[in-house]
Design a protein around this ligand. Structure first.
Ligand code: SAH
Length: 222
């Protein structure tokens, strides 16, 4: 899989790809992540990528030209399954979308800034708009990092224990059961006996019950 992230602040999202699961997935060649500096596609001397909003009002708007130049160049190199714009008014992101995106070969993620991008970018280039929640961020970079993390970790081979990603919350529409590690007794706070029993089948049943109970209590909407 190849993910091209278009941003005015590439440094802002370098770090998430340099550690842990994402780093290993990149090293294994399961995914290639390219941080593309939008300013490189600005035609003017100042390398500007934004301008005043038509009609007035506070806040700058990201111009269509550099974005169009950039996306057109990328599209001339390969075909893309999806061109995503991160936006608070996009479709709320969830595990199902992450699962689906992780099956694609090539995607672009465009990170917005300021008041957002010129609407014509959304109308003519973007194929999917994603929000990571009902709150406003300063830019799309953190949203892009969230989206990338969730899709890369479920690419087969990214996590060493393959079943691990499938037992996380939201797969099967259930929240994950509680987990414990040593010591079995911390100042009198004990780990449930069943987990120490060695009875695989009973443990599995207990975990499933805990998942159901937790989902009913915390997220009945699931
Ligand atoms: N004026 C816009 C907000 C712009 S915030 C509005 O009111 O809807 C600047 C940029 O941050 C956006 O263009 C978008 O790319 C990103 N962003 C902000 N909040 C986000 C969210 N909840 N999910 C995804 N991206 C978000």
């Amino acid at each position: 899989m190849r993910i091209d992230i278009i941003t005015v602040l590439p440094q802002l999202i370098e770090s998430p790809f340099q550690h842990s699961i994402l780093k290993r997935a990149i090293e294994k060649g399961l995914v290639e992540v390219n941080l593309i500096n939008l300013r490189d596609y600005s035609a003017n001397k100042q390398k500007s990528v934004d301008d005043y909003a038509f009609g007035g009002g506070a806040g700058m708007v990201m111009s269509i030209e550099p974005i169009a130049n950039c996306i057109n160049f990328l599209k001339s190199q390969r075909s893309y399954d999806e061109i995503i714009y991160t936006s608070p008014d996009g479709k709320p992101f969830n595990q199902k979308m992450a699962n689906h995106l992780s099956t694609f070969n090539n995607i672009i993620i465009l990170c917005g800034h300021y008041k957002g991008v010129d609407e014509r970018v959304r109308e003519h280039f973007i194929t999917k708009e994603i929000s990571i929640g009902d709150y406003v961020l300063s830019g799309g970079e953190l949203a892009a990092a969230v989206i990338c993390d969730s899709i890369i970790r479920i690419i087969p081979g990214a996590i060493s224990d393959e079943t691990s990603a499938l037992t996380d919350s939201f797969q099967d529409n259930l929240l994950a059961p509680p987990v414990y590690t040593r010591p079995a007794d911390y100042n009198g706070w004990k780990v449930p006996d069943i987990l120490l029993s060695g009875h695989e089948k009973n443990i599995e049943e207990w975990r499933h019950e805990q998942s159901l109970e937790r989902t009913k209590k915390r997220r009945p909407d699931l």
